[in-house]
Design a binder for this molecule. Structure first.
Ligand code: FMN
Length: 273
């Protein structure tokens, strides 16, 4: 079993870096056959240009960067740990740039049973990281990973994270990730979504909510939200739902646009573009 830690901080010897290095040590201790740590900053990842060549022409992305090199490293990982600092309530831009390449990524990776992953966000302060875990987990789900666990550790200055219970929490998480076997989701009452760990919910009506990340219905009840097993096992990021979305929406983008082109050109002329 190969264990990969991906550090999405630019800070050398920063909190994410130190926790990533510790995680590799623990992973090897608790049963991983091999461990590797990579820094996202070492990969040149360019911003998606929205040309859609990667899907419509069955080609690789035309951007000349390290995307496929990075995906090859990820492909080899049975277990993946993603560690990222919080930047202005959310993930660092480089991670979002990777996420924006989702179409090219999903064409390239065989995301069926891609493996398991855990995400750890590093924040300076409680109440200053509300979007971190959902966004980190969108990255993992878009890579076809099942998110086993996801949590925040606290530390501001580089190394500060070593002074609290973060180290023990990371150790326990690595242990769980290494030993995790695939299970179907069970019905559960909880305060965060079991798929992507979002604790931000859309209100539908009455006591009905849904997770905006995976669209799983959540019924407000005593002690949290009730999630039903059947809903949890058919969330937005399942292979079947993604295939539907790909075939019925993304692949139809070009013909749909072509069918409207005359009308758009006419409208643009009318509006002086
Ligand atoms: C540009 C920038 C924005 C930040 N925004 C937040 C924030 O919104 N919430 C928070 O808790 N910490 C924030 N921080 C603090 C970092 O998340 C914190 O220092 C963390 O330990 C950095 O991790 P690292 O050492 O792995 O780089 C910010 C730091 C920087 C540099």
């Amino acid at each position: 079993m190969h264990f990969l830690a991906i550090v999405a901080s630019e800070r050398r010897n920063g909190n994410s870096d130190l926790l990533g290095r510790l995680a590799i040590r623990y992973a090897l201790k608790v049963g991983a056959d091999s461990g590797e740590m990579i820094y996202l900053k070492d990969y040149d990842i360019k911003q998606c240009r929205g040309c859609l060549n990667c899907i419509s022409k069955q080609q690789k992305c035309r951007l000349d960067d390290d995307l496929y090199e990075l995906l090859d490293v990820m492909k080899d990982a049975d277990k993946m740990l993603l560690i990222a600092p919080v930047y202005v309530l959310t993930i660092p831009g480089k991670l979002k740039m990777l996420l924006d390449r989702y179409l090219a990524i999903s064409k390239y990776l065989s995301i069926q049973d891609a493996g398991h992953a855990t995400s750890i966000g590093v924040a300076a302060l409680p109440e200053w990281h509300q979007f971190q875990l959902p966004l980190m987990n969108i990255v993992l789900l878009s890579l076809g990973r099942r998110v086993v666990e996801s949590f925040i550790v606290y530390g501001a200055g580089p190394g500060e994270v070593l002074l609290n219970d973060s180290v023990a929490n990371v150790q326990a998480a690595v242990d769980r990730l290494v030993s995790y076997q695939d299970e179907r989701y069970e019905s559960v009452v909880t305060r965060s979504c079991p798929i992507d760990f979002s604790n931000i919910f859309e209100h539908v009506k009455g006591n009905q909510y849904r997770c905006p990340v995976c669209l799983t219905p959540a019924r407000l009840t005593e002690g949290g939200f009730y999630f039903d097993a059947s809903d949890l096992n058919s969330h937005r990021w399942t292979q079947q739902k993604l295939a539907d979305h790909f075939n019925n929406w993304i692949l139809q983008t070009r013909p749909r646009f072509k069918s409207m082109l005359k009308e758009i050109v006419k409208k643009k002329r009318e509006m002086g573009f």
